[in-house]
Design a binder for this molecule. Structure first.
Ligand code: DX5
Ligand code: ZN
Length: 219
């Protein structure tokens, strides 16, 4: 079963509550929330108050993607703000195992993300601990970039490892996902698709979610 996680980075922030509600009604499975600190990535998005104010307005799973330098320092705050699944970068300054342990101690699901330049092998030592791995298919920092097909090899390796070790592990892709690239990612092992511009950029969210879902079924 493919899960679709629309990224609010591409939403209209002047009416974010309505945007999220519309996406929930459109049948999206979770909500992707991109937090950028202007240090780990060369862009600043938004932070805790936005997540906290959205929380009472929707029952969607909050899939929080932390593109920040020191995630361990902040995971408690993000859990308190309403995150359900917290993904941080392997390339960040925090100790990966300690960060995952802290996320679990807070009662939340944990994911680790790898940038395009990081090999899939680097995340293998943590897979037993994780609920999800996020394979970036663009350089993190900005929406609307082009999908990098070279990343598919990482998905294949991770999916093979997951099957061999019978792990319960989601594989997420993020960046440049649309009806043409989603089936490619799914064929290579992804089961959670993040999409920003291809969903929030469309006039009819139900149609957009359906179109993305169908593209994978046909692919
Ligand atoms: C990029 C973010 C993505 C972004 C994806 O750093 O992690 O989640 O919103 O945007 P699209 O789908 O437009 O490539
Ligand atoms: Zn993201």
């Amino acid at each position: 079963m493919i899960k679709i996680s629309p990224s609010i980075l591409a939403a209209d922030f002047s009416c974010l509550g309505q945007e999220v509600l519309k996406m929930e009604q459109a049948g999206a499975d979770m909500l992707h929330i991109d937090v950028m600190d202007g240090h780990f990535v060369p862009n600043i998005s938004f932070g805790l108050p936005v997540i906290k104010s959205l929380r009472p307005h929707t029952s969607m799973v909050f899939d929080v993607h932390l593109m920040i330098s020191d995630p361990l320092r902040y995971v408690g705050d993000f859990a308190a703000a309403g995150a359900d699944l917290i993904t941080f970068h392997l390339e960040s300054e925090s100790d990966p195992s300690a960060t995952v342990e802290e996320i679990h101690r807070l009662g939340k699901k944990a994911g680790i993300s790898i940038k395009p330049g990081t090999p899939a092998q680097a995340v293998l030592p943590y897979l037993q601990q994780l609920e999800m791995v996020l394979v970036m298919t663009v350089e993190p920092g900005f929406g609307g970039q082009r999908f990098m097909p070279d990343m598919m090899e990482k998905l294949r390796l991770l999916r093979t490892y997951q099957k061999e070790h019978q792990l319960s592990l989601d594989l997420q892709v993020d960046g440049g996902i649309d009806a043409a690239t989603a089936p490619v990612a799914v064929e290579n092992g992804a089961n959670v698709l993040v999409a920003g511009s291809t969903l929030f950029g469309k006039p009819d969210y139900s149609q957009a979610v359906l179109q993305l879902r169908r593209s994978c079924e046909l692919g």
